[in-house]
Design a binder for this molecule. Sequence first.
Ligand code: PLI
Length: 487
Amino acid sequence: MKTIIEPFRIKVVEPIRMTTREERAHLLEKAGYNVFLLHSDDVLIDLLTDSGTAAMSAAQWGAIMRGDESYAGSPSYYRFRDTVREIFGFKQIIPTHQGRAAERILFSTVCEPGDVVPNNTHFDTTRANIEATGARAVDLPIAEGLIPSHVHPFKGNMDVEALSELIAEVGPERVPLVMITVTNNTGGGQPVSMANIRAVSEVCRTHGIDFYVDACRFAENAYLIKLREHGYADAPLPDIVHEMFGYTDGCTMSAKKDGLANIGGFLATNDEELARDERDLLILTEGFPTYGGLAGRDLEAVAVGLREVLHEDYLEYRLASVRYLGEHISGFGVPIVQPPGGHAIYIDAAAFFPHLDPLELPGQSLVAELYLEGGVRSVEIGTVMFGTHDWETGKETASSMELVRLALPRRVYTQSHVDYLVEVIHEVWDRREAIGGFRFTYQAPTLRHFTARFEPSYRFAARVRGSPPCGELPDRVISTPPTEIIT
Ligand code: PLI
C-alpha cells in the first residue's frame, strides 16, 4: 500500500515564528505556566484544539464571497438549511454562532430544575449549560471507555444498561432528553457504534424520551463506523450519516469541528412546536432565525464544509494522520488512549509520570514540557480541568483520568509537522523520570483551567531556571486574581 497523502495542495501559507527554548521558558513562566495564556504566535505547533482551527478550501473562500448579508431571508441561509436538511435529515434547522449557543437554547427550552440529562460523556460546555438550568448532567460511558490502554473499537459507546437503570431510578418524566456525543471528545475522541446508537434509541422510544446527538465530529464517527463496524465497509458515508441521525430526534452541532469552518453551529429537530420556542429564544440572544448570530458568509462556508467533510479521501487522510501520530509515539512506549480515535491523540499523563501524584498535576507537567521542548501547545484534560477545589477546606480532589490531548486542526499540518511532534514527545519521554509536578497558585471558582496560574515543583523549576529545590509541596492556592494577561 502507498503512503496516504494529504489530499490537497497548499495555496496560501501562514509563517510559523520559530522560538528558542530560552524564549519559551520565559514565555511559559510569564503565562503562569498556563498555555491558554500564551500568545499563539509564540507557539510552533498548536494542538490546543481542533475547534475553529481548520484550513478552509478554495471552494469555501469562494462561497464566502457569495455570502448575502440581508438581515432576513438571505439565500445564504437557505443554502445552509438545505445542506443541513439533506445531510442530517432533520426538518427544523436553527443556525447559531457556535455549538454552545445551540446547547444553551436547547437545554433552557427543555430542562427544568431537578431533571437529569444522560450522555456518554458530556463536553464541558454541554454539562455547564445543563447545570445552568438546575438539571443534572450524568455521564454513562461504557466501563472500557475509562481504561486508557484498553483496546475496543467503540470506546465512545454509552452504557445502555446503566441508562435503563438511571431512567428507572429517576423516572422518565425527569429525563427531558438523552444525548450521545460523537465522537466522545472528553472520553478520548472515541467513536460510538451504530449498534449503540440504535440500542440507546430503543431505550428512549420505550420511555417516550427524546434522543439527541452532540454532532460535532459526526463525519469522523461515521467513517470509524465504516472502518470498524461489521456491515458498513461498503456503505456510502452519506447513508451511514443518515442512519445515525435517523434513530434520533435532533442534534446540536459546532460547525467549528466537522463543519470545516472557523465559526458556526446549529440546532436541529423535527418538532415544529419545540423549534418555535427555540427560535423565540434565538431572536433574544443570537439573532433573526435566518442568520442566528452568523454572517451570511459564515453560513456559506459551513454549507460547503459540511459536504467536503464527507469526502472519503479527506477522512482517510484525516484518520491516518491521527493514527500515524498515535502509532509512532506508542511505538517507543508513550501510553496513549487506545486505539487512536478521530481528531486527537490523548496521552495518559498518569502512566507517563507514574512518580507524580494526581494532585501534582501530571497532565499540566506534560503540557508545560511539550511547550518548553518544542513549542507544542496541547491541553490538559485531567485534574486541572475536571478536578475540584473545596473552598471551605482547601482540599483538592483529582479527576478520574489524567489525559493530555493533542488535537490536530483539520487540513493545517503536514506529515513533517507530525514527525517533528513525534521527536519532541520522544525527547520528553526520554527524560520523564526527572520531571516534576505543579501546584495551583490561582484558580477561578468555575472553568478554572482557562485562567489558572501554576507554580512548578522543584524538579521542573530546577531544570528551567536553575532554582534550588523547594522541598515538600504545601497545598497552596492564592485566590486573589493575578494581573490579567489577556487585556
Ligand atoms: O466550542 P463550541 O461552542 O462551538 O462547541 C462546544 C462543544 C460541544 N460538544 C463537544 C463534543 C465539543 O467538543 C465542543 C467544543 N469543543 C472544543 C472547544 C474542543 O476544544 O474540543
